[in-house]
Design a protein around this ligand. Structure first.
Ligand SMILES: Cc1ncc(COP(=O)(O)O)c(C=O)c1O
Length: 401
């Protein structure tokens, strides 16, 4: 029998993360199932933005680079992320976007190689493939788009998401690293849908390179900077091509010679975006004392509950079923997915749509309750049964879906 409202309330009563709900400034009447795309604002991030703008920038002026710790923030925030992904201090730097960080790491890995081979999964998030395509053109490399998870021989660099942005399926990092190492390939993990959500454990699984978003489950705000992880032993030997002054060992020497920082910091390029970085830095403090396995367990339980309640709707899903490891989202396939999602959003349940036919629902463990998930599933069922989505206003598409 499908779970009831009472069952959901019982799960809420024993939820070890329940107290985090109050940390977020969520609008009344909204059940937000899109934290996998853009996390909502933690109150402390909003407060920090105000402080950075009003006090540090307005009153502190340029002194704040030292006095407010702006200069070290990319490393400090990187160290906070390192704890969440099983990396060490100095192995993560916050900088740029996922796209740019991918370019820098992949370029460094194929530098001076003759006719290198890059690989990406055919259903990977498009920017990853676009970046490799651009790099291939620049470096005389060949790009292979993989239709199956196996790594063909001859691949030098593989880019792979740990959690699929479409289905929420989780790759077996240890097995992929083992296969890559046997075939002489390096893997750059895209952790965009994994960080702040699942137990990543990079070092224990033998991963040496990764990138990830700051604005999804990390709740850093729209356009928050991304991060790059480079294992300490690898960083010292790699030169990245966007060798700007912020990756220099000592930028304020103003030396004409480029001398890269010894660790992941050499993957920084230009001046960090202090305002948005400060929001991310504050948002990261929310995770202090929270163990990634606790986040993963709740995200999965929320998703399992949603699947259970939605089962009678008979929808097709591409996401892992209850009982299997899953990231933070569930995707249903429906040819009218776009207007259905719009009708749901009009009822205050916010998910998103990914072309051509996926309705995605995200289950962020820090601010969602089991009761939220129950109410969202009920609203979803109502929209489908009433066919309210057929109203013409739900067919209008904006630039962002
Ligand atoms: C898997 C994945 N990689 C990369 C990105 C975006 O990267 P960027 O920071 O370059 O916009 C996203 C955005 O949704 C994503 O889901």
């Amino acid at each position: 029998m499908a779970a009831t409202r009472k069952d959901a309330a019982k799960l809420d009563a024993v939820d070890p993360l329940a107290q985090f709900r109050g940390e977020f400034d969520l609008p009344a009447g909204v059940i937000y199932l899109d934290g996998n795309s853009l996390g909502p604002p933690p109150r402390r991030a909003l407060a920090r933005l105000q402080q950075t703008a009003d006090i540090e920038w307005r009153a502190g002026l340029i002194r704040s680079w030292n006095d407010a710790g702006w200069f070290d923030m990319p490393k400090r925030a990187g160290d906070k992320i390192a704890r969440l992904i099983g990396a060490n201090t100095g192995e993560v730097i916050v900088a740029d976007s996922v796209s740019v960080n991918l370019f820098k790491i992949a370029s460094a890995l194929i530098a001076r190689r003759r006719a290198p081979v890059l690989a990406v999964d055919a259903d990977e998030f498009p920017t990853d493939g676009y970046i490799l395509e651009g790099l291939a053109g620049l470096a005389g490399a060949r790009l292979v788009r993989l239709k199956t998870p196996a790594i063909p021989s001859g691949v030098d660099v593989l880019v792979r998401s740990l959690v699929s942005y479409r289905s929420g399926a989780v790759a077996d990092m240890r097995a992929v690293e083992k296969e890559a190492s046997a075939k002489g390939a390096e893997v750059i993990w895209d952790l965009s849908h994994a960080t702040g959500l699942i137990n990543v454990d990079l070092r224990r699984n033998g991963a040496r390179f990764a990138v990830g978003c700051g604005y999804k489950f990390l709740n850093g705000g729209p356009g928050a900077p991304a991060f790059a992880y480079i294992a300490r032993e690898a960083a010292a030997t790699l030169s990245q091509p966007l060798s700007g002054w912020m990756g220099h060992a000592s930028p304020f020497d103003f030396s004409t010679d480029y001398r890269p920082a010894p660790d992941a910091a050499r993957f920084a390029s230009g001046t960090p975006p202090v305002l948005s970085l400060s929001a991310l830095d504050a948002a990261l403090d929310l995770f202090e004392g929270v163990a990634p396995p606790t986040l993963e367990a709740k995200a999965r339980a929320l998703g399992d509950l949603f699947l259970d309640i939605c089962e009678p709707l008979g929808l097709e899903t591409i996401s892992p079923p209850a009982g299997m490891r899953r990231g933070g989202q569930i995707a249903f396939v429906h040819e009218n997915g776009f207007p259905i999602m719009q009708a749901l959003i009009a009822r205050g349940v916010i998910g998103d749509f990914r072309a051509p036919n996926l309705m995605r629902f995200g289950f962020s463990p820090l601010f969602l309750s089991y009761s939220d998930v129950f109410e969202a599933a009920e609203a979803f069922a109502e929209v489908l049964k009433s066919e309210a989505w057929r109203a013409p206003e739900y067919a209008r598409r904006g630039a962002v879906t």
